[in-house]
Structure formats: C-alpha cells, structure tokens
Ligand binder design. Structure first.
Ligand code: GLN
Length: 480
C-alpha cells in the first residue's frame, strides 16, 4: 500500500492484520521523507531513534497480546515551536539554532502515550510570525500542489508534510490563522481548537492570549481523532479548560439537516479572489443541498480585526520574546558589556519580521501610547468577540473563505508586510474571539491551487464544526 492511502483507521487495520509493523511503516515514511524533503523543506529535524523506539514498543506490546492504543503507529509531524525532549527545537529562528529542550510539551507527550510516532519537527515562520513560511531562518517550504508557491504559514511545514504524505497527521499552532491558512493553501483539513481546549505547556509562546495548538490530517475523521487525544485540562497550563472533552467521532457523526449557516456579509466583500469566492459559494450551495439553511448575518467589527490583532499580538510577542537574551537559551554573541551582549545576540539571532514585531509591540505598550493603542485594541477585541456571540445566536456555524487568495508565488509578497498581514483577514477575528474553526478543502482553482472553506463554531463547539466538515467531506465537497 502506498503511504498516500494511510489514515489512522487503515494503519490500525494493517497492524491488526499484521500486514505491516509499526517499525516498517515508520521506515516507509522516513524513506519517503529522504526522497521528498530536500525539495520541499518541510522537516527541519528528524527523530528516527525516538520514532523507532516507540514503534518497536508498539510492535512488542501487540505481539505480547496487548491491544493497540488509539493512534498506534500513526506517523506524525510536529511544528518546531513545540518542545521535544532531545530533539532540536528552533521555532524557525537562528536564535534557537542549537536549542535542545529538556522536556516534552504536553501535546507531544499525549500523542506518544496514545501510540503516535513522532517523525520530526516541521519548518515554520520564525516564532510563528508570518503567513507564507518565508520568514523561517531555514528557508521556505514549497507548496506540494505548486512548487513555485508558498504553503502558507506559519505552520507551512506541517501542512505541506501532510499534503505531500510525509506524515499522516501533524500539529501546528494558530495565533491569527497559522493552522487554518496553510491548511487551506495546501489542501488539507486543519483545525484551530477553542482557546483553552488544548494545553499550551511546552509551546514557545508568540502571543499567549491567542496561541492555540491543533491538528492537520488527511481526513476530517483523523482531525477528530488527533484532537481527541490532545484536548483536555492540563495542570501544567493554567489556561487549559476543565470543560469535559466530548467523544468527537460519535458527536460529529450526526445528520446536518436543519443546521443554520451564518453567512456574514462582511466576509464576502472586496478583495476576495474571484475563484475563491466561486468555490466558497459552491460549498454553501452544497450545504444547502444537504438540508442546511444559510442565514445572512452581520459581523460589523470585522474590519478592525487585522489592526487589533497586530497590536495585541505584537505587544504580547515583545514581552514573550524578552526571554531570548543570550543568557538562558540558544545563541549568545559576546560584547564588551552586558547590554552590548544583549544587543548583539538579539540583533544577530532574530530575523527582520521578528524585530519589526518586537518594535511595534514595545511601542504599543510604552507609557503614553498604552491607552491609545493597546487598551483601545483590547476594547475592540471585546466587540469582535461580541460579533461572534451574536452570530451564534442566529446560526449554528459561520461559513467564510479561509484565505482571500489561493497560494501566492514565493517572493511575491515579502517586500510588503502589509499585504502579507491582509492574508489573515478572515482568520484573525476568530483568533481574537477565542472560538474554534476548521479549514477544509473545497476544490481547486483553474491553476490547480487548493481553496479552503472556513467553518467557525462557538466556544467548545468542536463537535459541531467537525460534524459539518465530515458531512461536507462525505458529500464530495473536498473535490469542489
Ligand atoms: N499570519 C499571522 C501572523 O503573522 C498569524 C500567525 C500565526 O497564527 N501564528 O501573525
């Protein structure tokens, strides 16, 4: 069987039938990675020793008659902002080039306990700041669907790894769109869970009030399976929620007939690529045929989301990134005195986008400007959250395009940060509101570029969002 066909369920069947062992499957994926990765640049580091040790343990336990854990033998890729004991974790930055964490983040620990095989770490924009993966200090990732184009970002390596079948599932992080947008641009389902649904312990923080960890997979069902394993309260993360974790597969396997789809006018205005618009409208039409009811809604504060996001996210980043001072982690460039050492370390270690954000954030938080920028942004953030609360009174989910444009060409937007920031226009509102969303493929443009449909759900509405995504996939919606 070719790796293209592997899913959590098919791996389980093959292991049970003994047509393949976890070790053989791991080997198959590493062989494929060594063939494809030099070109695509999805993985920054591989952890074969760890992977084979886990695979052997699964094979051995199974031989001894133990039953297979839920993600037995499933090869997964982990975004390089997530700490992995013994494997270099760079966050896509020079400043952490040689950083080897002494512990695992909670999500990696949970995946491994559930039987998953961690293949390695995936490329991303430096400290997850970006929408194209071009801000990685280790070179861009190529979009498997079109090698002259970006995979999206910042979790571009994770999205591309799944799209190119170099992993069965992957974890990314989403602060303003970094799971959903690369998922859309690479053509794989990708989910941002509700804020607090998944522990952030061991995640290298970008903007702590916005950061989420979530899955990419080949199918919606596998997104649900991975979410199931990583969701839930973690005593190591005070912001992780105690709300009970539903059984996502049965909960999302309900008929969708009669569900109300909120279509916010503000998301269908100018600036959307005509082909993206067409595919999104066709997706709505498909839901219509499944018995769902589109309802027109208003989300009047949408236009403020990008500026609000770029104030709050940069403010939090300027504070979070203060810890990279050449003393405790990674790179140190010596200087004549302490402040020169700081300056040289940070000046050499950080890339230009990270520096831009630290400066913007420091400015927004500084005395005299705090009220005018940061405080005001926090107030507007509440209004954006209220837009979502109102929307979910009238509709069960909200449907929008994930990205206004399909994958753009490498280098096309790097000179203009503002155009790059606008790539986030449909994803940042939900990040600010703390709600959940999935991006699912909804066909391709005439040039063969994947288009993503975003399904927003209320806080802890993962089952609802997955329910619609599964129905859409079953009805052939992924192909458009
Ligand atoms: N593209 C957005 C940014 O550059 C979102 C990044 C993210 O979600 N990590 O901040």
């Amino acid at each position: 069987m070719s790796p293209a066909a592997w899913t959590v369920a098919s791996i389980r069947r093959a292991l049970e039938a003994k047509t393949i062992s976890a070790r053989e499957l791991t080997k198959e994926f590493y062989a494929r990675i060594s063939l494809e990765n030099p070109r695509l640049n999805c993985y920054l580091a591989l952890s074969p020793e760890r992977a084979y040790a886990r695979a052997d343990a699964i094979d051995e336990n199974f031989r001894r008659g133990e039953s297979l854990p839920v993600l037995a033998g499933v090869p997964v890729a982990i975004k390089d902002v997530l700490s992995t004991r013994g494997t270099t974790t760079t966050a896509g930055s020079r400043i952490l080039e040689n950083y080897v964490p002494p512990y695992d983040c909670t999500v990696v620990e949970r995946l491994e306990t559930a039987g998953a095989i961690i293949l390695g770490k995936t490329n991303c924009d430096e400290f997850a700041m970006g929408s194209s993966n071009e801000n990685s200090a280790y070179g861009p990732v190529l979009n498997p669907a079109a090698p002259d184009r970006v995979p999206g970002g910042s979790s571009g390596g994770s999205a591309a790894a799944v799209a190119a079948n170099l992993a069965v599932a992957a974890l990314g992080t989403d602060t303003g769109g970094s799971i959903r947008q690369p998922g859309a641009l690479c053509g794989v389902p990708a989910m941002m869970p509700t804020y607090g649904r998944v522990s952030r312990y061991g995640l290298i923080a970008f903007a702590s009030s916005l950061d989420r960890i979530g899955p990419f997979a080949q199918t919606t069902e596998d997104v649900a399976r991975v979410l199931q394993v990583i969701a839930g309260r973690d005593p190591m993360d005070a912001t992780s929620a105690g709300a009970p974790v539903p059984d996502y597969l049965p909960a999302s396997n309900q008929p969708v007939k009669g569900l109300r789809l909120g279509i916010p006018k503000e998301y269908y205005g100018e600036g959307i690529d005509p082909q993206v618009r067409k595919k999104t409208e066709a997706a709505i039409e498909r839901f219509n045929r499944l018995g769902c009811q589109p309802v027109e809604i208003r989300m009047p504060h949408t236009a403020y989301a990008v500026p609000v996001y770029y104030l709050i996210a940069t403010a939090e980043a300027s504070s979070n990134l203060a810890r990279f001072d050449g003393v405790r982690y990674g790179l140190r460039v010596n200087g004549a005195n302490l402040s020169e050492m700081y300056r040289k370390t940070r000046g050499t270690g950080f890339g230009s986008e990270v520096k831009r954000r630290i400066m913007l954030g420091t400015y927004a938080l500084s005395a005299g400007y705090y009220e005018a920028y940061y405080l005001k942004a926090q107030k507007v953030r509440s209004l954006i959250a209220r837009d979502f609360a109102e929307a979910f009174k009238k509709a069960d989910v909200v449907l929008t395009p994930t990205s206004p444009v399909p994958a753009f060409k490498l280098g096309e937007r790097t000179a203009d940060p503002l155009t790059m920031y606008l790539a986030d226009i449909f994803t940042v509102p939900g990040s600010l509101a703390g709600v959940t969303a999935i991006s699912v493929p909804c066909g391709k443009t005439a040039e063969g570029l994947p288009v993503g449909l975003q399904i927003y759900g209320p806080h802890f509405g993962e089952s609802r969002v997955l329910q619609l995504a599964r129905a859409f996939e079953a009805a052939g919606g992924f192909a458009g």
